[in-house]
Design a protein around this ligand. Structure first.
Ligand code: ZN
Length: 182
């Protein structure tokens, strides 16, 4: 089942998502939410989706960056962005720590700000601690594009959108990419 992705202006995108009670993770109801979020992300298509984006104010996000998506990019773009495949996984109640703050500046979009993108500076490396889809505590170290996806999705769980952090002079529709130069 594909869920409706809510757009900027909806209050749920600006609220702090509630922590999930760990004992809920294995329930059929919660597993169904994960499956619906996965299907919705794939359909969009996107590389990450946070529960508030489907109108659910819970601290949950799903991420997957497929090899075929990356292979469809110009090789130089994938290289510059340090973009490598990330298998599907679930983050519940994640916390994030910056490991390398060196700003990486690239265009970023969001399924809840459909049709636009802008340059956003993100930390190069982060470490995330979360529960996975089974409720097991996991620690993830990520660099490059994966680190960007994690920062973007965890921002959603705090009620933040990339438009709060973008260089607003580069904000544009996808058919008019901004000049790469400052
Ligand atoms: Zn987003």
């Amino acid at each position: 089942m594909i869920l409706k992705i809510v757009q900027v202006g909806e209050a749920v995108l600006r609220e702090r998502a509630a922590e999930v009670e760990p004992s809920r993770i294995k329930t059929p109801e919660f597993q169904r939410l994960i499956e619906m979020m996965r299907a919705t992300m794939l359909d969009a298509p996107g590389v990450g989706l946070a529960a508030p984006q489907v109108g659910v104010g819970l601290s949950v996000a799903v991420i997957e960056d497929r090899a075929e998506t990356i292979n469809a990019l110009a090789a130089q773009d994938a290289l510059e962005r340090d973009r490598k495949p990330v298998p599907f996984h679930v983050l519940v109640n994640p916390t994030i720590k910056v490991i390398d703050a060196a700003p990486q500046i690239f265009n970023e979009g969001c399924l809840s700000v459909a049709g636009f993108m802008a340059q956003v500076a993100r930390a190069r490396s982060v470490q995330v601690t979360a529960l996975d889809h089974t409720g097991t505590l996991v620690t993830i170290s990520a660099t490059g594009w994966y680190a960007r996806i994690l920062q973007h999705e965890i921002d959603h769980l705090h009620g933040d959108l990339y438009i709060d952090k973008m260089n607003s002079r580069t904000f544009c529709g996808p058919t008019e990419p901004p000049a790469r130069k400052p």
